[in-house]
Design a protein around this ligand. Structure first.
Ligand SMILES: NC(=O)c1ccc[n+]([C@@H]2O[C@H](COP(=O)([O-])OP(=O)(O)OC[C@H]3O[C@@H](n4cnc5c(N)ncnc54)[C@H](OP(=O)(O)O)[C@@H]3O)[C@@H](O)[C@H]2O)c1
Length: 249
């Protein structure tokens, strides 16, 4: 299928994310109007200014801490002041796995942002897109949700929960003309991973963003970002559990 060219109206949640800001540049370069949310007003304004210079049709910003779940409804309503073509959810936080193991509140907090807030927002967005009868909901989950590993299974559990939620949502909304895209990046060099040893398979935010833009616009259901993570994760999922539990991953 060809890549969509007409100007679009696009909501990006977590627009200050390194990956999301690059996806937003792909849309801005094609004249899209962008509704951006982020929790840091100064960084959000800087992202908006950059996108204006790069050709965005218009920029609207909403300061939103996603843990403030009571505000989700009002922000979604304002985003739907006009028809919305795409909503991209890009927020996330990689918790410290060791702290999650010693402090239950840390694990719960990671699930609160990465899973619970995401599900709440998706529920509100799904209702609006259903009423509209068109559009695309795209969500950045992670390859970490494909198999639990000792190094990051709390984060992985949150992302797995989102991925399964999206499977059901995709089936539900298909008949209404609304698409749901699951985006599964592998390791990307961003502030989220800056403290980790460099991964030989790491991508730049620019490369990840181009793949994400293409996956959304070429009507994919599930996309690994970049593509080679699909066979890598198929291999990892295929390792029998009795062997997998002995590996240091
Ligand atoms: N980097 C990777 O290797 C990788 C791999 C797979 C999946 N992902 C996923 O890709 C997405 C983007 O991550 P990234 O790598 O671009 O990292 P990033 O640059 O650190 O972006 C994370 C974003 O989440 C936002 N955020 C965190 N807590 C929030 C809250 N309570 N309310 C609102 N926003 C909040 C951050 O806002 P602030 O700017 O205010 O901090 C930031 O915009 C995430 O969903 C992440 O889980 C990343």
């Amino acid at each position: 299928m060809g890549t969509e060219r007409r100007p679009r109206r696009v909501l990006i949640v977590g627009a200050t994310s390194a990956i999301a800001a690059e996806v937003a540049r792909c849309y801005a370069a094609r004249g899209a109007s962008l509704v951006l949310t982020g929790r840091n007003p100064a960084r959000l304004a800087a992202v908006g200014d950059d996108l204006r210079v790069r050709g965005a049709g218009s920029i609207e910003t909403e300061v939103l801490d996603l843990l403030d779940r009571e505000r989700h409804g009002a922000v979604v309503k304002r985003a739907f002041a006009g028809p919305l073509d795409v909503a991209l959810l890009a927020h996330g936080d990689l918790p410290d796995q060791q702290r999650c193991q010693s402090e239950p509140g840390e694990a719960a907090g990671a699930l609160e942002l990465n899973l619970v807030a995401t599900v709440e927002l998706l529920t509100l967005l799904a209702r609006e897109f259903e009423t509209q009868g068109s559009g695309t909901i795209a969500v950045i989950t992670s390859v970490a949700g494909d198999r639990g590993r000792q190094s990051n299974y709390v984060y992985g559990a949150a992302k797995a929960g989102v991925s399964v939620f999206l499977q059901g949502l995709r089936q539900r909304l298909h008949a209404m003309g609304v698409r749901v895209v699951t985006l599964k990046p592998g390791f990307v060099d961003t502030p989220m991973t800056a403290h980790l040893p460099r991964n030989p398979l790491a991508s730049s935010p620019q490369r990840a963003a181009r793949a994400i833009y293409h996956a959304i616009e070429s009507r994919r259901d599930v996309a690994y970002i970049p593509w080679f993570w699909r066979p890598v994760m198929a291999l990892i999922r295929a390792i029998p559990e009795p062997l997998f539990k002995k590996l240091r991953l």
